[in-house]
Design a protein around this ligand. Structure first.
Ligand code: 0X9
Ligand code: ZN
Length: 435
């Protein structure tokens, strides 16, 4: 009786207290590539006993995984064939550098209206990674560079009620008068380079238009751009406060304590197809309890539907990292080819050539259809945009580094932001002038 009374006093207190998640430092984590020789699933099961984060889902040939220092001994005893990709992931995260945590004076803003411009940004923005609050401010600031031909918009709110917003740019003929070019960045929280590259391209369009660059003017006169650098704000903030390698959103699920849904498995197109997503809320590719049931996906779908119903979607690009790939649909079926495959492939090859020509480093990007060239992925954005959104071009671009690693996968040094942006600018100039 006494115990019950005490318990009923403590229980509400315990459930009211929000215990913050433990911060993961990744100090001493070793990233390895294990050769699986077709035994991927069995090896994956053994690796699940370790405190580790898996990077890839196509385990036929290899598994790339970051292993916690306390489990390195246990891993060695598994006697697997492997190579070391990163001796100390924590050290790479430190080298990524330049990121300043959200300070009390710069909280997450509830609305864009709360922000006033601090002036048109300079290119030093691209010397470092930034907080979500800074990305929001940057949109406000960059918009002042093209006040008559741009506006900011919000497509909806995240699970934690953060704004999912973007910038709309247009040229001659006024807003919403041309077919849409739609760009999404940072659907996967840990893929930080994607927001920076999307912003580099935005910066190029605005500065190019203003400096009377005829090529850029022609592009903006031909298409309405809808650019959303961070479509998964909750996940993105979580990578900066708690866990650098978080991928999903931060949605809670009834009757399961694991958090998060992969927004790129949640699109309402062939969502039920088995094999290209997970039904387990604890997995990185959890598809959600229903198609389109993430608040982020609901907002993005509604926005894309409106563009499709207006002047149509000319080109959609979902910006991810890493592996340096230009991925065409389909992800859900390895045997189905898009109707305009020749056109999309030849454009993608042109983009890859333009990227390689952008610097003496000759960065290689490989074009191909998602399922045959990467893996089966169901409920992905590009399949939806192709078949439901009726986009003419629908790609997922996996940015730097290459699959061979040039840093540590998702953790790319900040001094690679500008080169990544520049090569992609050359790639996009090709696409936007020839598509
Ligand atoms: O698995 C994914 O969602 C993407 N790769 S990532 O390593 N960035 O997670 C590939 C997505 C392929 N495209 C679609 N399925 N739409
Ligand atoms: Zn991704």
């Amino acid at each position: 009786m006494k115990f019950l009374a005490l318990f009923s006093l403590i229980a509400p207190l315990a459930s009211a207290a929000v215990i913050p998640d433990k911060v993961v430092t990744y100090d001493g984590y070793r990233v390895v590539r294990i050769a699986t020789h077709g035994r991927g699933e069995a090896i994956e099961r053994r690796l699940k006993t370790l405190n580790a984060v898996q990077y890839n889902f196509d385990t036929q040939e290899r598994i790339e995984i970051a292993i916690a220092p306390e489990d390195l001994g246990k891993f060695e005893k598994m006697d697997l064939e492997y190579e070391v990709l990163d001796e100390d992931l924590g050290a790479s995260i430190a080298e990524e550098g330049g990121f300043s945590p959200i300070s009390a004076s710069r909280q997450i803003f509830s609305s864009l209206d709360d922000l006033t411009s601090t002036g048109f940004p300079d290119s030093s923005w691209f010397n470092a990674y930034h907080t979500f609050a800074e990305h929001q401010q940057w949109l406000v600031d960059v918009q002042t560079g093209l006040p008559q031909n741009s506006e900011l918009f919000e497509v909806g709110r995240s699970f934690e009620d953060k704004p999912i917003n973007g910038i709309h740019l247009w040229g001659k003929g006024g807003k919403d008068s041309k077919p849409a070019v739609l760009w999404h960045g940072t659907v996967h929280a840990r893929e930080w380079i994607s927001a920076m590259v999307v912003e580099y391209l935005t910066y190029g369009l605005i500065t190019g238009y203003n400096s009377n660059n005829t090529q850029v003017q022609k592009i903006l006169d031909s298409y309405d751009f809808y650019i959303l650098p961070v479509v998964n704000p909750d996940g993105f903030v979580y990578t900066q406060t708690t866990n650098r390698l978080w991928r999903k959103n931060r949605q809670k699920h009834p009757s399961n304590s694991c958090v998060g849904t992969d927004i790129n498995r949640n699109w309402n197109f062939k969502w039920d197809t088995p094999g290209g997503s997970s039904t387990n809320p604890c997995d990185e590719t959890f598809r959600g309890l229903g198609a389109g049931n993430t608040p982020e996906n609901t907002a993005l779908t509604k926005h894309a539907e409106a563009l499709a119903a207006n002047k149509g979607i000319k080109a959609y690009i979902d910006w991810h990292s890493f592996s340096q790939l230009i991925l065409l649909p389909y992800g859900y079926d390895c045997n189905r080819q898009v109707d305009n495959y020749e056109k999309q492939m030849s454009l993608a090859q042109g983009v890859a050539t333009a990227i390689a020509g952008a610097s003496s480093a000759k960065t290689r990007f490989k074009p191909g259809a998602t399922c045959p060239s990467l893996y089966k992925a169901v409920g992905g954005s590009t399949d939806w945009m192709q078949d439901v959104g009726k986009a003419e071009i629908s790609w997922c671009i996996e940015l730097r580094p290459s699959g061979g690693f040039g840093g540590s996968g998702f953790v790319l040094p900040a001094n690679q932001i500008k080169p990544s942006g520049e090569e992609m600018w050359q790639g996009m100039l090709h696409l936007l002038t020839t598509m």
